[in-house]
Design a binder for this molecule. Structure first.
Ligand code: UDP
Length: 334
């Protein structure tokens, strides 16, 4: 396959570039490098099936030749980043998704959107199934990311229904692993870097909020699995607008509707801090800081759709994944 991936220089994007090249595909990576980094791609540059284009996906996007798939992964993704780049975050979710879908349409390529568990906001239902509509505050500082991704999902479904594009949407829950930036701002990288450098571990709020962490290799596995499934419909079936409008489809009926991907092993932030402290094995304190506005109180994926549709389950335990991630950061900062 010839695959174009936006945000390919980021944490998840670079792992996907590597995996797709390893599977024998051709990869074009598009990234404007505001939060992504060429360091993540250094080992791929020069590969005969790899191409890097520095470009903002919100601007007109075109590449020569055929494409089989477009994967839209460009976006600031750490709360720290989308608070620093609120407008770029809204634009890449809205305008960037539109451009990436337009490219998929022009090339008659499959399209895969990286969405997020943030579409559920501060959820009132837990674990969160895909059928839950969420509890998002659009005015909140973190609403920029949530609403951008909700718009991106709506735009993707509209291109699927109106233009018959073969689309897929993954709602990615908290993910960690090598190539997160040391100052990324997300909880696992923060705690590991703090523990390795002897600084206090910063817990926002009381640490009673929960998250569920998936190791990056598990995520890359399920995303490539979903990308490779052949379409279940003819283009005519995909643009049967009357059927979409009047009969509707019950959610979960097809591979085109959003799929949660993540590891359902749920912990409190305090539990994660203690685990990281114990695994790094250096004496460090815990420091409590104010909880950011609208920080979700719970988050845990219901992954039954991914299990049924893709026969997928996370394989890497938290202990194993943390050990590998600590090893990575030890070389960087330790
Ligand atoms: N958090 C924390 N200390 C940090 C960074 C984050 O206590 O140094 C908390 C944050 O408030 C949230 C959870 O850890 O409750 C996960 O935060 P992260 O930024 O990793 O991603 P989120 O799940 O909020 O998108």
């Amino acid at each position: 396959m010839r695959v174009l991936i936006t945000g390919g220089a980021g944490f998840l994007g670079s792992h996907l570039c590597e995996r797709l090249l390893g599977m024998g595909h051709e990869v074009t990576c598009v990234d404007n490098l505001i939060t992504g980094s060429m360091d993540n791609l250094a080992h791929l540059v020069g590969h005969e099936r790899f191409r890097f284009v520095q470009h903002n996906v919100c601007d007109y996007l075109f590449v020569e030749g055929p494409l089989d798939a477009v994967m839209h992964f460009a976006s600031p993704a750490s709360p720290q980043d989308y608070l620093e780049y609120p407008i770029a975050t809204l634009k890449v979710g809205a305008l960037g998704t539109h451009k990436a879908l337009g490219l998929a349409k022009a090339k008659n390529a499959r399209f895969l959107l990286a969405s997020t568990s943030e579409v559920y906001g501060d959820p009132l239902v837990s674990p969160q199934p895909e059928s839950y509509w969420g509890n998002v505050n659009p005015m909140s500082p973190r609403g920029v990311y949530d609403e951008a991704k909700r718009f991106a999902e709506a735009m993707t479904m509209a291109y699927h229904r109106y233009h018959g594009i073969d689309t897929r949407i993954v709602r990615i829950f908290n993910t960690y692993g090598p190539r997160m930036r040391p100052h990324d701002g997300r909880v696992v990288s923060n705690f590991i870097v703090q523990a390795l450098t002897g600084k206090p571990l910063t817990i926002f709020g009381t640490g009673s909020q929960t998250r569920s962490f998936c190791y990056v290799d598990d995520l890359v596995e399920v995303i490539t699995r979903l990308l490779m499934i052949p379409s279940d419909r003819t283009p005519e079936q995909r643009t049967d607008r009357q059927s979409f409008l009047y009969k509707g489809e019950s959610l979960g009926e097809t591979m085109h509707e959003p799929i949660n991907i993540g590891n359902p092993h749920e912990l409190t932030v305090l539990e994660i801090a203690k685990k990281v402290q114990a695994m790094v094995g250096k004496p460090t304190r815990i420091e409590f800081k104010p909880l950011p506005a609208d920080d979700p109180k719970v988050r845990c994926p219901d992954i039954r759709r991914a299990q049924t549709l893709l026969g997928w389950e996370p394989q890497v335990s938290l202990d194993e994944g943390l050990a590998r991630t600590i090893e990575y950061f030890r070389k960087k900062v330790g």
